[in-house]
Write a protein that binds this ligand. Sequence first.
Ligand code: C2E
Ligand code: CA
Ligand code: CA
Length: 536
Amino acid sequence: MTTGIAMGAIILFVGTGGTVLPQLVRAWQGLASQPDLIFTNALLLNVALVLLGWNRLKALKAELETRRISEKEARRLADVDPLTGCYNRRSIGPEIANLIDDAKAIDNDVAVILLDLDNFKQVNDLNGHIIGDTVLKKIAERIADTLPADALLARLGGDEFACAIQYKSGQRDRVEHTAALLIDRTSKPLHLDDLSVEVTISIGIVGEADVETYGNRIEDAQQLIHKADIAMYQAKKQGKNRMFWFEPSMEYELRFRNDLENGIRKGIREGEFLPFYEQQIDLDTGDLVGFEMLARWQSPELGTVGPDVFIPIAEDIGLISELSEKLIAQAFQDARLWHPDLSLSVNISPVQLRDPWFSQKLVRLLVEHNFPASRLDIEITESCLHENIGMARNMITSLRNQGVRVSLDDFGTGYSSLAQLRTLPFDRIKIDRSFISELRDEGASEKLVDAIISMGNGLNMPITAEGIENDEILGVLKRMGQLKGQGYHYGRPEPAEAVRTRLAEAGLLVAEEEVAAMQPSDMLAMSREMPRRFSH
Ligand code: C2E
Ligand code: CA
Ligand code: CA
């Protein structure tokens, strides 16, 4: 508009000026009379208009330039991570796409390296977010200093970074060398004022030549980041502080794992997890003394799934306590119908042992289900003791104070020292089945089992042998001392209904109405009256 007015003013000026100016000149020379006053005024007005338009145009140009500069700055800021100054998740895709184009032109390949700090949450929790931010900045500097000059670096969010580097086709060892340097240099202690912080990183790498591309440059670049992320996850899973190249099998594994996680969440909601029970026998008399509860997942999609598969995942996704409490509640419900002499053993994950409220939660369940604490036996695996022996000791003591018994499970697999065992007040030791199953061939293992039994006697802890699979093993064990035992020889773990049938046949089942009216003390009285007729 301003340009239009200025142009109009100029045209008008040419028009009026063309008529008025020659007349004025001639008037000054005395050759003609003064031009008309109106014409002269129009000319002056026109000059003013032209000057005004010109000034406005200059101001407008300056304004446009400032706006262009600030828009460019805003675009730059949107592409940059404000903390580290690296690219961000949004901008790294197009940058990788450009790098791939550049690399192709000179027959190079591009690798994407994804980096994740292993213990950053701990750094943040211990030192606060300000130190956490400084650590991220320093690590970003170390990464940038380690990468070749033409490499790209982005912070994808949190403590996750992505790099992209060119390498000569086929020379993957160059990429590995860079990754190894990154692991090495980032793990050196960071000195922040009077604080020294150490972090390690896990790395996933993918070569652009190793994956299928779909032709959309930006999406292909995002795909690379995603695959490097999958490889990084593998590095975490294998113990962190290491690197892995992407392989397609990792993707299937991750998808399967994802399906399992979702399946477990749904399974807990819909009651697909059930307690099964394995008989525990007094080896001397052959009497049934109780059952160990072993969890099973009856998944409509996968069939029956064992605890070795779903327990570690439930631990990882933070659902183990909820799952375990539901199973224990169901087991209390089932076991109330069994002869009151029969004990119930349940396995507890190390994650639950770390929960300071665990023993209170257990007492609440016992009270809710009117189940006597003296019938319950908690099994703790030997491997949990190493994480925090003091905490384990407190938990064992607190459980025993509630009247619950505590057994050391899988003994012999976790390398507990005798000194440690002496300070932990276990009620019983369970010898791991790997030692028992070897008893069928005579030799070293027999001596080992014998030694464990003598040790248990010395510590005043009774012993259960797990994994008794046949008569032969049973014979050897019976000669070794007074033991309890369990294993396939006595039957596979079975559902509550099968246990009820088994107990009903042996006259070891209490009638539902009787149980409903009973207090825990009545149960103990009843246990003295009721005959035990079931034995192997
Ligand atoms: P575990 O506590 O050592 O349980 C004994 C395992 O040995 C059971 O496997 C049982 O089926 C198996 N077994 C019993 N007798 C024999 C035998 O004669 N030969 C052989 N080869 N195996 C025998 P399962 O049920 O697959 O349980 C595996 C582990 O999962 C258990 O080992 C236990 O540590 C854990 N687990 C089971 N249920 C739970 C639970 O509710 N919570 C937690 N945290 N862990 C559980
Ligand atoms: Ca066990
Ligand atoms: Ca065991």
